[in-house]
Design a protein around this ligand. Structure first.
Ligand code: FE2
Length: 362
């Protein structure tokens, strides 16, 4: 086995460009249970933007807004709406990660930049990914805070809901681009193709999608890439691409050790989830068999289940978290399975299409 030229330790953070970072931070605090950790903005001498760092378990989200209209962040929001700008990956050596990926064809957007404050030093650098999305390499080995220049927030955040880590991050791309990006992950990032789904696996009468799951050498990071497939009507991927005005992050899946508790609490806090038809549970009970889960509880909470040779998984998908039908979240509890709920895709598709029809986009 060749040496991994890009050893990734895990997801460092996800940065969202949003229209109003203060309100986004409040939403993710009070609903999803992310605690405010640090802030940068006018009061810390940052003149062009406000940025909030929110954490839960090992997940770090950053919400950033511009102060002026003619700013890259404001333009990003005008074009895409609120969405994911940067996927931060923790590496041991940022210059090396940039050099290795550049040699293999990456476009460098930010050279290695080290910032220092009383918490130590942190180095970042960035390369281009699909659309306006970027990968940011982060070395925080010698840093104890959130980010240099940020001031800790001592606010009392909402109670966490048990979200522990990022499981995978899914990107939607245009028809014909999935293979390009799968190859890009292989060539530039040294990832391998873990799974592939064709439109035969994931289709309904109306629409279909194709997907390839790319995984890094250590298995720490998984990036499924979706593209729309031909169908009778507009697929959910097409709808995303139309409203996001191009490729971008479709959903972020987050692990929990107790999906019943997490989803019960999220529902109590008014998070809306996709609903599958009740018949789904009769069908899945037959398909999955007895795995020791409470079928009534699964149905009551709308949690989906899927099984493969390695084990099973429980998962649920939120509705989009902004007005545009673009970014949403997945909550997942794994029991051995390394899959992505392929057996649920069809049931889900039907459910997503129902929502799409309600939006007049099907
Ligand atoms: Fe997913």
């Amino acid at each position: 086995m060749a040496e991994d030229f890009l050893p990734i330790r895990g997801y460092d953070h996800i940065e969202f460009y949003v229209g109003n970072a203060k309100q986004a931070a409040h939403f993710y605090d009070k609903t999803f249970g992310f605690n405010p950790k640090a802030k940068a903005g006018l009061e810390t001498g940052l003149r062009d933007r406000a940025s909030y760092v929110m954490e839960q378990g090992n997940i770090r989200f950053v919400f950033t807004s511009a102060y002026a209209p003619d700013h890259e962040i404001a333009r990003h929001c005008a074009l895409h709406g609120d969405g994911v700008k940067a996927i931060g990956l923790t590496v041991a050596d940022v210059p090396k990660a940039l050099e290795a990926t550049k040699q293999r064809g990456a476009t460098i957007l930010q050279p290695a930049t080290t910032a220092r404050d009383e918490h130590g030093e942190l180095t970042v650098g960035a390369i281009k990914y699909a659309g306006d999305t970027i990968f940011r390499f982060v070395d925080r080995e010698n840093y104890r805070g959130s980010f240099p220049g940020f001031r800790p927030i001592n606010a009392h955040g909402g109670k966490p809901v048990g979200l522990a880590a990022i499981d995978h991050v899914v990107t939607n791309v245009y028809l014909g681009e999935m293979n390009y990006w799968a190859n890009w992950f292989e060539r530039v990032m040294g990832f391998t193709n873990l799974l592939s789904f064709t439109d035969k696996d994931i289709s309904t009468e109306y629409s279909a999608l194709m997907s390839k799951v790319m995984e890094n050498g250590g298995g720490k990071c998984k990036f499924p890439i979706n593209e729309p497939a031909e169908g009778k009507k507009k697929s959910q991927i097409d709808e995303y691409l139309e409203y996001y005005q191009g490729p971008g992050v479709q959903h972020i899946a987050m692990n929990t050790a107790n999906i019943y508790d997490t989803v019960t609490e999220l529902r109590r806090r008014d998070i809306d989830f996709l609903r599958v038809p009740d018949t789904y549970y009769d069908y899945m009970r037959e398909r999955v068999g007895n795995v020791g889960e409470d079928w009534d509880k699964l149905r009551d909470l709308g949690i989906l289940i899927d099984k493969d040779d390695d084990g099973y998984l429980l998962q649920i998908f939120t509705q989009p978290v902004q007005d545009r039908p673009t970014l949403f979240f997945e909550v997942i509890e794994r029991h051995g399975s390394r899959g992505f709920g392929i057996g649920n895709f069809k049931a889900l598709f039907i459910s997503i299409e129902r929502e799409q029809a309600l939006r007049g986009n099907l």
